[in-house]
Design a protein around this ligand. Structure first.
Ligand SMILES: [Zn+2]
Length: 345
């Protein structure tokens, strides 16, 4: 080790840290990472990994920057929101000014069963910056199938959770959550809100696990599922360290989420500026509860069979069977995103 830490260049402060060293930095520089979702979690993950000096960073995101993102999505600014820039592109433009040594790739697309495997196959690690469980199950199935590690992360309101996953070694997401929660039953940032620092806290935890995985320091991994609640001030670790013996994904190797015809669940309605979205499983929504949650988003009207949310420029009509007609867009990806935000998964 050199006597002058500045001689180590931009990575001096992490190279002198005993857990990294020159060998760890060399490994980071050769690593290839894919980030799925570039919102509150994703911008922090991308920011930290770019500053740490990974070799290649691919960012996959289907959305555009909006004003309401700026409270917590740290790579975006007002100009990005005014211009409606795709998040993957806006993030990479910022990152190029932070670390120009990295090779970047922006993918403006829905991450789903049709492209999941090809987007992760040439990377060493996948990172979860998504905002819905369905995409996380797709990511889990693709990573387990290809034997690629990934880091699960989620945050809403004042709490969050993360878990590093190594297929064949640790539990996978489906070991821990075997079944998708019912559509409309879980909190989302759009209906429950989120404190700005919370996704940042969880993403920074996840970024540390990512660095350990990329450097091959598996004995330092924070194994199991960690919950952090910064509003009620508690931290919990669920010691799910080994796979569930009957896990459909990592033990039986049945990759349901790579086989589901997710795209067919949403279809633009011919001749109308509207898209119909169907839930992934059979549901019966609790419409009064859904209506109450949506009150913070826009104007809500409730009928016996449906709830109508008006949040210009969109209008969502959500039926008891989980189906929704989303007016104000003919884009399937926009409609699926709105559905995930307001109805859930
Ligand atoms: Zn599993």
């Amino acid at each position: 080790m050199t006597a002058d830490p500045n001689a180590l260049g931009r990575y001096a402060r992490q190279v002198v840290f005993e857990g990294v060293g020159r060998e760890g930095q060399r490994r980071l520089g050769e690593s290839r990472v894919v980030l799925v979702g570039c919102g509150a979690l994703g911008t922090v993950l991308a920011n930290m990994l770019a500053r740490a000096g990974v070799g290649f960073l691919r960012i996959v995101d289907r959305d555009y920057v909006e004003l309401t993102n700026l409270q917590r999505q740290v790579l975006f600014d007002e100009q990005d929101a005014r211009d409606g820039v795709p998040k993957a592109t806006a993030a990479i433009e910022k990152l190029k000014g932070i670390n120009s040594d990295i090779q970047y790739e922006a993918v403006v697309a829905d991450f789903g069963p049709e492209n999941a495997e090809s987007l992760i196959a040439d990377c060493d690690l996948s990172l979860d910056g998504t905002d819905n469980l369905e995409t996380r199950y797709v990511l889990n199935d693709a990573c387990v199938k290809l034997g690629k590690p990934w880091v699960y992360a989620a945050a809403v309101a004042g709490y969050g959770t993360f878990m590093p996953i190594i297929p064949g070694e640790t539990a996978c997401l489906r070991c821990v959550f075997p079944d998708e929660p019912e559509v409309g039953s879980i909190d989302t940032c759009d209906t429950t809100g989120v404190l700005g620092p919370m996704p940042g806290i969880i993403a920074n935890f996840a970024a540390i696990e990512a660095l350990k995985l990329l450097m091959g320091v598996h004995d330092r991994l924070n194994r199991g599922l960690t919950w952090v609640d910064c509003w009620y001030n508690s931290t919990q670790r669920t010691p799910v360290e080994t796979p569930a013996p009957d896990c459909l994904s990592c033990q039986q190797r049945i990759f349901e989420y790579l086989e589901r015809p997710v795209w067919r669940r949403a279809a633009a309605l011919c001749g109308r500026d509207a898209v119909q979205v169907r839930p992934s499983n059979t549901v019966e929504l609790d419409l009064p509860a859904l209506a109450r949650r949506l009150l913070v988003v826009g104007e809500v009207r409730q009928g016996p069979q449906m709830v109508r949310l008006t949040a210009p420029p969109h209008e969502l009509t959500i039926f008891r069977d989980g189906r929704a007609i989303i007016k104000g867009t003919a884009e399937v990806s926009v409609a699926r995103s709105l559905y995930a935000r307001y109805v859930g998964t």
